[in-house]
Structures are given as structure tokens and as C-alpha cells.
Design a protein around this ligand. Structure first.
Ligand code: HEC
Ligand code: HEC
Ligand code: HEC
Length: 103
């Protein structure tokens, strides 16, 4: 009886597992702490714009743990977010401060 119940529940476990995996796109939501206020990066939002993993990995990003901190000045010259947030491919880092930074 107990065995039957266990086998009957296997599909439920599998579906729950698949949903847990599917809930996160790529590296999920990343928060970059800095002096101006937390900057949020969403994999889901970026993947949704048709970007491929290879456009950001392994350059300029590896993992949050191996994060190389850059300044806004470096971003204005094309580093990190500035690779695309240059006013051509996406909204520029020379403004739109609160689109990325939350106090
Ligand atoms: C627009 C840029 C961008 C794209 C596209 C992108 N990523 Fe990321 N990814 C990042 C950033 C930023 C980080 C954080 C790295 C850091 O802090 O330096 C990151 C981190 C990760 C991490 C590590 C998460 C952690 O907590 O350290 C994984 C895994 C990952 N990405 C997988 C993917 C996969 C899979 C795709 C394609 C579906 C993808 N990424 C597409 C920017 C991107
Ligand atoms: C595209 C998103 C984005 C926009 C737009 C943006 N920032 Fe940032 N900013 C970041 C991220 C991400 C970091 C953290 C960088 C890191 O950890 O490598 C950061 C870091 C900073 C820092 C700390 C580093 C430094 O340069 O001293 C300051 C200050 C800052 N931002 C101010 C601003 C101001 C002011 C604006 C508007 C003119 C702005 N940011 C617009 C994403 C953005
Ligand atoms: C490979 C290119 C690329 C990189 C690198 C990149 N972005 Fe973006 N991002 C885009 C594009 C394309 C859009 C959508 C067009 C737009 O909003 O101007 C976007 C949109 C966004 C949005 C608005 C999302 C929405 O749907 O509301 C935020 C916030 C953002 N990016 C933050 C960041 C931050 C923070 C970084 C750096 C850690 C970053 N992006 C790095 C390409 C990139």
C-alpha cells in the first residue's frame, strides 16, 4: 500500500523538480552592491531581449563570486553593463541611474 502511494507520487515529484529548475533563467537575479545603491541585473529580462549566453559569458562575466568590480567611468567606456548600455543597443549608463540603481 505504502509502496503504491510512493510510485503514484513520482510524477508529482518530477513536475515539482522541473518547475524549480524552470523558475530560474541562467544565473537568475544578481545584485551588485556599490556606493550609489544596489544595482540589479536580471537574467530573465536580458534573455527575453534575445541575447545569448555567449554575449556575456565568459566575457565580461563569469560568476558573482568572481565578479570584477568596475566604475561608472569604465562603463561609459564600454566595460561591463556599458558594453551594451551605450545609448545604441540599450539605454545609456550616462543617465537612467534609477533604472539600474535602487536605494
Ligand atoms: C546581458 C548579459 C548576460 C547574459 C546574456 C547572460 N548572463 Fe549570466 N551573468 C551575467 C552577470 C552580470 C552575472 C553576474 C556576474 C558578476 O557578478 O560578475 C552572471 C552570472 C551568471 C551565473 C552565475 C550566477 C551566480 O550567482 O554567480 C550563471 C550560472 C549564468 N550567469 C548563466 C547564464 C546563462 C546560462 C545564460 C544564457 C541563458 C546567461 N547567463 C546569460 C550576465 C549575463
Ligand atoms: C545599466 C545599469 C546602470 C546604469 C544606467 C547606471 N549604473 Fe551605476 N552601477 C551599475 C552597476 C552594475 C554598478 C556596480 C559595478 C560593479 O560592481 O562592477 C554601478 C556602480 C555605480 C557606482 C559605484 C562605482 C563608481 O563609479 O564610483 C556609482 C557611484 C554609480 N554606479 C552611479 C551611477 C549614476 C550616478 C548613474 C546615472 C548617471 C548610474 N550609476 C547609472 C549599473 C548602472
Ligand atoms: C550584452 C548586452 C547587455 C549587457 C552586457 C547588459 N545589458 Fe541590460 N539590457 C540589454 C538590452 C538589449 C536591454 C533591452 C533594451 C533596453 O532596455 O534599452 C537591456 C535592458 C536592461 C534593463 C531593463 C530591463 C527591463 O526589462 O525592464 C536593466 C535594468 C538592465 N538592462 C540592467 C543591466 C545591468 C545592471 C547590466 C550590467 C550588470 C546590464 N544590463 C548589462 C543589454 C545588455
Amino acid at each position: 500500500m505504502k509502496k503504491t502511494l510512493f510510485f503514484a507520487l513520482i510524477p508529482v515529484f518530477l513536475i515539482a523538480f522541473a518547475l524549480t529548475l524552470g523558475a530560474q533563467v541562467g544565473g537568475g537575479d544578481i545584485v551588485m552592491k556599490n556606493s550609489f545603491g544596489d544595482a540589479a541585473f536580471s537574467h530573465e529580462r536580458h534573455a527575453g531581449k534575445g541575447l545569448t549566453c555567449q554575449q556575456c559569458h565568459p566575457e565580461p562575466y563569469v560568476t558573482a563570486e568572481k565578479h570584477k568590480t568596475v566604475t561608472m567611468k569604465e562603463m561609459e567606456q564600454g566595460a561591463s553593463c556599458g558594453l551594451c548600455h551605450n545609448g545604441k543597443q540599450a539605454f545609456t549608463v550616462k543617465g537612467n541611474c534609477t533604472t539600474c540603481h535602487k536605494k
